[in-house]
Design a protein around this ligand. Structure first.
Ligand code: GLU
Length: 421
């Protein structure tokens, strides 16, 4: 294999996901059939979506929906609108959803969708027509008992609302349980908007506690200032953490004295960027992740912490708000250096956990208060964190391996009970 092919392979998230699966199957000494069944998604849909653009032309977009497994329940997972979406990325993300739901003991399998597009370059009308077109294309394989989408990178409650509406019109029935992350007025759950970030903050706190240190007075670097990053910064700040650096797709802002996340959000709303936040300086991109801090919160995309920069990371704790930010080659380097990584399938599971609550509320037509939702979320994350931390300690493995062990044990039990293995 030439160097380019090796680089390409190591940055292919699906290859990473398969390596993580292989590792966990071997560690647990599971039947080879578990690996064979889970190494590829059970079903993948590739769709092309014609959209009438504002200038009258028709543009055809490519979309994907991957259902990794339904052995543990209906497929569950978000929909990403991003120019860099690929089939392999969506497949990897769907596999990670299987393990995320399993580690949280949610009755779901893994799913994920994506549309190759640049939502920032679309008008509101174009975005709506694309969202509706995507749902029409995948409608035959989704549904409250089949596969339940949700928000992901660059999709939000409004996109979910259009998608739910389109689905309901297609099937001729009210079906709020077909999608989660909806606006409250359409059956969304209180607390869902903040849930991913809240889960990250609780996971950070529990891990620190388990290791005998306190978040108060700690410093944090936040990569990405979308839903998880911006709210994560705010919640950590409320816990007494000093936010010393934040970035978004346009640049970054660094101030070792600490910055107010609310004021940064306001600055970004006004200027479109976190750059130039009063009192901050900008560090070169290549130095951002290696800034000295206690907590590093990667909240952007995959493949950020790799074998190339893992030796230079100066954080004590990495909390993976994004999916797949650390490559399999980086994991052992970080572990050896004593950097604790709370893996994505645990750290950012708050989102899908409250999605589960939303789905339950939709199916039962009863609605919970924000306090109830937050309390249940807190309990779920604390329980899962302690279980994973205990496995890590008992087996002397990093937390990703520990989380995979907990998750895979459960998925394998479901496969066994169904008679598939
Ligand atoms: N996209 C989120 C994730 O990666 C949420 C998925 C969901 O709520 O179903 O976990």
């Amino acid at each position: 294999m030439n160097v380019d092919a090796v680089v390409k392979q190591s940055s292919n998230p699906f290859i990473s996901a398969q390596r993580q699966l292989r590792n966990a199957v071997d560690r647990l000494g599971l039947d080879e059939a578990v690996y064979e069944i889970l190494k590829e998604p059970a079903r993948v849909a590739v769709v092309s979506i014609p959209v009438r653009m504002d200038d009258g032309s028709v543009k055809v977009f490519t979309g994907y929906r991957s259902q990794h497994t339904v052995a543990t329940g209906p497929a569950k997972g978000g929909i990403r609108f991003h120019p860099g979406v690929t089939l392999d990325e969506v497949k990897a993300l769907s596999m990670w959803m299987t393990f995320k739901c399993a580690v949280m003991e949610l009755p779901f399998g893994g799913g994920k969708g994506g549309v190759v597009c640049n939502p920032k370059a679309l008008s509101r009308g174009e975005l709506e027509r694309l969202s509706r077109g995507y749902v029409r294309a995948i409608a035959p394989i989704i549904g409250p008992e089949r596969d339940i989408p949700a928000p992901d990178v660059y999709t939000d409650a409004q996109v979910m609302a259009w998608m739910m509406d389109e689905y309901c019109q297609l099937v001729g029935a009210d079906a709020p349980g077909v999608i989660t992350g909806k606006p409250l007025v359409l059956g969304g759950s209180a607390g869902r908007h903040e849930a991913t970030a809240r889960g990250c903050a609780i996971a950070a706190r529990e891990t620190a506690r388990y290791q005998g240190w306190d978040l108060r007075g700690a410093t944090a670097v936040i990569q990405g200032f979308g839903n998880a990053g911006s709210i994560g910064a705010r919640l950590l700040h409320e816990m007494g953490v000093r936010i010393i650096a934040v970035s978004d797709s346009t640049g970054n802002a660094y101030n070792p004295q600490g910055m107010d996340p609310g004021a940064i959000a306001e600055h970004k709303r006004r200027t479109g960027s976190v750059r130039g936040f009063p009192g901050s300086e900008e560090v070169p991109d290549s130095e951002f992740l290696t800034l000295e801090c206690d907590i590093l919160l990667p909240a952007a995309l995959e493949n950020q912490i790799t074998a190339d920069n893992a030796r230079d990371i100066r954080a004590r704790l990495i909390v993976e708000a994004a999916n797949g930010p650390t490559t399999p080659d980086a994991d052992p380097i970080l572990f050896e250096r004593g950097v604790t990584v709370v893996p994505d399938i645990l750290a950012n599971a708050g989102g899908v956990t409250v999605s589960y609550f939303e789905w339950v509320q939709n199916l039962t037509r009863t609605y919970w208060t924000e306090d109830e939702v937050n309390q249940r979320l807190e309990q779920s994350i604390v329980r899962a964190c302690r279980r994973v931390l205990d496995i890590g300690r008992q087996h002397g493995v990093n937390l990703r391996e520990a989380a995979y062990m907990a998750a895979l044990e459960r998925v394998a039990a479901a496969l066994r009970a169904r008679g598939w293995i």
